[in-house]
Each structure stands twice: as C-alpha cells, then as structure tokens.
Design a protein around this ligand. Structure first.
Ligand code: TXA
Ligand code: MG
Length: 315
C-alpha cells in the first residue's frame, strides 16, 4: 500500500512500521525509541533479534541523542559523507534501547540523503531504526515494487522512486581516533582514508569488531547463483548447463543466452544490481551464472554483494 508523507509520519508516531526510500536501498522503518515498534521490524523481517539496526537521523546534530562519544575523527567523517550512503558505529548512550543495539555497546547512525526521507526525519523529529525492507537473508529492495513483492502488498510504503546508489551503506566503526571498515559500500575505503588517514592497524582475529548479522547468507536470490572469474569460464559452464541465465558485466553476450548486462562502471552497476538480481530470480531459471567484477578497489562493494549472492553454505 503506497502512502503519503503525512500518513507515513502519522503511522510512525503510532509505532507502526513503514517502508521508506533511501538512496541505498528501501528501509523498513520504525520509531527507534519505541521497543514495541522495533519488535515489529524484527517480526516483519523474520530476522533474529541478535542483529542490530541502523538508526537514521536528520542531521549530525542528532548524534548527541544516541552516541556517548562523537570524536573529532567521527565528526570529520560525518562532515565529509553525510548526508549519504555512510553509517557510523559509535559508543551508545545507555538509554538507546537494547532492541536497537541487539545488546551491543555501540549504535549505528546514518543521515540518509534521499530528499523524501530527509523531510520525513525533519518533520517527524523521530530517529528511525531501519534495516533493509526485505525478509531476512533475501535480496534488498531498490524500488517500492520490490518491497511489496518481498513483504506483501499490505506493507505501508512511502514511494520515493528507484534508489540511486543501489547497494547498502558503507559501515565504519569509530573509537577515538581509530576507524575500521565493517561493511564495504560505494563510499570506499580509499575515500575514507583520504579523510581519516589509515584505518586502525590490523587487529588480531580475536579483536576484530564484528558487524553482527554480516554473515554470508545475506543478499541471496532464491535461484542458485554461481560466480565466475572470467567470461570464458562462464561460457564453458553455460555450454553444459541446461536452463542457465546470466548476469554479465560490460560487454554484450554473443551466444544468445538469456541474460542481463550491467554497465562497466561500478556506480552504475551498483545502482542496477539488485533490480537485475530480482529480475533474474523471477525468471526461475535452473541457475544464475554471474560474471565477476574487475579486481580494482572501485569494484570492491559490488564484488562483495556478488560473492554474497553466490554464497553456498557447505553441506
Ligand atoms: O544502506 C543501508 O545501510 C540500509 C538503509 C535502509 O539505510 N540499511 C541496511 O540495514 O542495510 P541492515 O539492517 O540490512 O544492515 C545493517 C548492518 C547489519 O549488518 C548490522 O550488523 C550492522 O549494520 N550494525 C548495526 N548496528 C551495529 C552495531 N552497533 N555494531 C556493528 N554493526 C552494526
Ligand atoms: Mg539487509
């Protein structure tokens, strides 16, 4: 059900969940101060409650409402990348509900850039907890129609058009003058290093801060996906596989295989990635063959999502 901005504000203030547009993917939003409303997010997504949520805020001034520390380094990053596809994990104030933090001592904060959601945040005055608006482990939605096909047509959706960035925000944790990348996104590690210097020196595995819920089963189509390092390896497999379809990069396919081709530019490929996977999945093929990206750093976030799409738990 598509709703107006005024209706979205009314529902959110009543503790209901509303799917909202952001520049990355659609979020399933609820009032981050209302534990009942947060419980509805987890129930709608069928997501385990040990998986913390990002709180979306109107501007960096609101960080003080959620975080106990906003270090000069964190402020510098906020200044550089907000509003935008960038999430800061900071030490949490004690009054941030454990439902949002899933028991972590930290809270994830983001000022999104989508104009409709910025207006929603400003006019409602709420902090909105919002994971991606899909069932747990399934593909993230980049259109209102994706939200409805994944969560059902009863879900209230504020339609803000197709998402322009197309993959989830970069997540960085900051403690004092040290930062660490927790999830790659279109703001790259190199972009962050330009602003913040090098990340914290390599932590030993035991110290590595985890982004809970970042397990590899995320972001998968229902159809089995296989990732190939080269176009030729993909073609060799396709020649022997019945009913395969393909997600290709850059050059058009000449074999006549049913496929979707993403642009050879990482930002454009990211924008179209989830829509392409949603469409390929809807074709209900035997298998989706995926051509991998170049190894260069500007492709790191798209490559990460393709690896997740193709991840198979070992039996
Ligand atoms: O672009 C995005 O970030 C989208 C839009 C809606 O804003 N949201 C999104 O949310 O991708 P979700 O819930 O699908 O992913 C949030 C990630 C999870 O992997 C979670 O582990 C991490 O953020 N996270 C949240 N709070 C955290 C915390 N306190 N410490 C470490 N990681 C945290
Ligand atoms: Mg998600």
């Amino acid at each position: 059900m598509r709703i107006s901005l005024a209706k979205a504000i009314e529902l959110l203030k009543q503790g209901e969940v509303v799917a909202i547009p952001t520049e990355t993917v659609y979020g399933l939003a609820a009032d981050a101060r209302n534990a009942q409303a947060i419980a509805s997010i987890y129930a709608t997504k069928e997501r385990p409650a040990n998986n913390p949520l990002i709180v979306h805020i109107a501007d960096a001034e609101q960080v003080a409402d959620w975080a106990s520390e906003f270090s000069p380094l964190a402020q510098k990053l906020a200044q550089a990348f907000w509003p935008g596809p960038f999430t800061l994990v900071l030490p949490a104030l004690a009054n941030v509900s454990t439902a949002v933090r899933a028991g972590e001592p930290t809270v994830a904060l983001r000022v999104p850039a989508h104009p409709l959601t910025r207006q929603l945040l400003r006019e409602s005055g709420l902090g909105l907890a919002a994971p991606s608006a899909n069932k747990y482990t399934q593909l993230s939605p980049t259109t209102a129609a994706h939200v409805e096909s994944g969560l059902g047509s009863d879900i209230a959706v504020l339609d803000g058009g197709a998402c322009q960035v197309g993959i989830e925000s970069t997540i960085v944790s900051v403690s004092g003058d040290r930062w660490q990348l927790l999830r790659p996104g279109m703001i790259s590690a190199a972009d962050i290093t330009l602003v913040a210097g090098s990340p914290a020196s390599q932590a030993t595995p035991a110290e590595t801060p985890k982004a809970p819920g970042q397990h590899l089963l995320h972001y998968s189509p229902r159809t089995r996906c296989l990732l190939f390092d080269t176009r030729q390896a993909l073609y060799d497999y396709a020649a022997k596989a019945d009913g395969a379809v393909a997600l290709l990069l850059g050059d058009q396919d000449l074999t006549g295989m049913r496929n979707i081709t993403l642009p050879a530019d990482p930002a454009l490929a990211a924008e179209q990635l989830y829509a392409a996977l949603h469409t390929l999945d809807a074709w209900q093929a035997a298998v989706i063959l995926i051509e991998s990206t170049p190894e260069s750093a500007d492709w790191a976030a798209v490559k990460d999502r393709l690896q997740r799409a193709a991840y198979q738990p070992t039996a």
